[in-house]
Design a protein around this ligand. Structure first.
Ligand code: PTJ
Length: 260
């Protein structure tokens, strides 16, 4: 069923994004658990004021520099990420020459094929998913451990978004550099990634496309400087400080000036 959402609604954008996910759920791209995961992300985004803060932009810049420096960067895509940001993912992969790999927690070949199809319609050329030689990430028992030999398994840098908790740690154990987009800075993924982007996945990917256009002509030494001067602990501290400041403002005044 299609609902008419008036453009004048103060939460129009947020409602439209929910509609997009619900549609993707009916099409078999997003799992029901993905709708719950979205709600958790929304709650953090609400507290953060639904904007890309300086700490997120800094992490996004370091992430793009790391991807541009990588020998084999991979953008790992699940049901939520694909249905929210297929166009942005494809643009990022084209701007940075990163390969897209569909990797699912609730894995079925049918869902992988549907997600590949969605990404192809958005213009993707280089996708790994159904048709690749599979192997396993050691120590990861969920089906997310099934990866493409020519993809995540042999990558040096992997970008993950809207992820459950165990994979970042498993990827780190096999010496991958992990970039995570996760609105929840408390999460296991956010805490164990090399670069944590505490930002909404659509905004984050859009920002990264712009940054990639800016950085891709730069000398490798300048990109290395961006990566070497990046400190993920400080970025996480800034994210927590922002949450704390917004809660303090709300708790001292009983209202917040910039309600989303
Ligand atoms: O498509 P599948 O089968 O691979 O399944 C994917 C889900 C999302 C179901 C799976 O990865 C999962 O259960 O994730 P979690 O454990 O709920 O974690 C998702 C994390 O992403 C949470 O920390 C959320 O706060 C965060 N999140 C949710 N929506 C967004 C987000 N972060 C950034 N942007 C979002 N739009």
């Amino acid at each position: 069923m299609e609902w008419h959402i008036p453009r004048s609604h103060p939460r129009y954008y947020s409602i439209i994004i929910r509609e997009r996910l619900v549609k993707a759920f009916h099409e078999g791209i997003v799992v029901p658990q993905g709708l719950i995961a979205h709600g958790r992300g929304e709650a953090f985004d609400y507290i953060l004021g639904e904007t890309s803060h300086e700490f997120a932009l800094e992490a996004e810049r370091a992430a793009v520099a790391l991807i541009l420096l990588a020998k084999k960067p991979i953008i790992s895509v699940n049901g939520n990420y694909a249905s929210l940001a297929s166009h942005e993912i494809v643009e990022l992969s084209l701007e940075t020459n990163a390969i897209i790999e569909v990797n699912l927690f609730y894995r079925t070949e049918d869902r992988i094929a549907k997600i590949e199809d969605l990404l192809r319609k958005a213009g993707a050329k280089n996708i790994l998913g159904v048709n690749c030689e599979k192997t396993l990430i050691p120590g990861l028992e969920s089906p997310r451990g099934i990866v493409c030999k020519d993809g995540i398994y042999s990558a040096d840098v992997v970008l993950v978004a809207i992820e459950d908790g165990d994979r970042t740690q498993a990827l780190k154990r096999i010496k991958k550099k992990v970039i995570a987009i996760d609105l929840n800075p408390f999460s296991r993924t956010a805490q164990s990634a090399d670069i944590t982007i505490v930002d909404e996945a659509i905004r984050a990917t859009r920002n990264m496309v712009k940054i990639a256009r800016e950085l891709k002509g730069l000398d490798r030494r300048l990109l290395e400087q961006i990566v070497n001067s990046y400190d993920n602990r400080r970025i996480l501290m800034d994210a927590f400080k922002t949450i704390k400041a917004r809660l303090e403002e709300a708790s001292s005044k009983g209202f917040i000036l910039e309600a989303p």
